[in-house]
Design a protein around this ligand. Sequence first.
Ligand code: NAP
Length: 164
Amino acid sequence: MELIVAVYDDWGIGRDGTQPIALSADRKFFRETTRGAMVIVGRRTVEDFPGGKPLPGRENVLLTRSGRAYPGFTVCASPQEAAALAKNAPKAFVIGGGSIYRQMLPYCTAAYVTRIHANPGSDTFFPNLEEQQGWRRAEVLQTGVEQGIAYEMVLYKRLLPEES
Ligand SMILES: NC(=O)c1ccc[n+]([C@@H]2O[C@H](COP(=O)([O-])OP(=O)(O)OC[C@H]3O[C@@H](n4cnc5c(N)ncnc54)[C@H](OP(=O)(O)O)[C@@H]3O)[C@@H](O)[C@H]2O)c1
């Protein structure tokens, strides 16, 4: 399982339930990277989806403790349950938000991180993978500037046992 996230300079990822700065290059990268895959998402982040609807062209797995049904989503009541489902999918990405990234990071072997060089002030954060033990920066996949804001898409990988 892998994850995909956009972070600001302070590794903030959102404020008041949404992303204060969203770049269209990042949206495009997200769409292309996750196309056809399973995506695993927390209930609060789904509230920020257009119309609260599942993302088209992907199998949407929603995490909630409520026991509610969400049309178009496969509902899971725990990260373990979501991880078990992901095992049977050819490709699966954790797509947020903060609490789901935190709980599912131990299951992930790679992280696609868009580093957006701005500091809009967040109330939700992602662990800083530059400092996180067991992770390494593997590759810069893309760089650019949009609306005067520099960004890069960085692939981080979990260290193999012999590397740590
Ligand atoms: N920058 C990015 O790439 C990015 C991506 C995604 C989201 N975000 C941001 O992240 C923020 C939202 O993150 P968040 O942490 O507030 O919410 P979240 O992780 O999206 O969703 C939290 C909800 O997930 C469910 N949940 C959490 N742990 C669970 C567990 N162990 N078992 C079952 N269900 C569980 C609960 O739903 P119930 O309350 O229904 O039980 C909980 O309220 C927003 O600001 C959003 O914009 C940023």
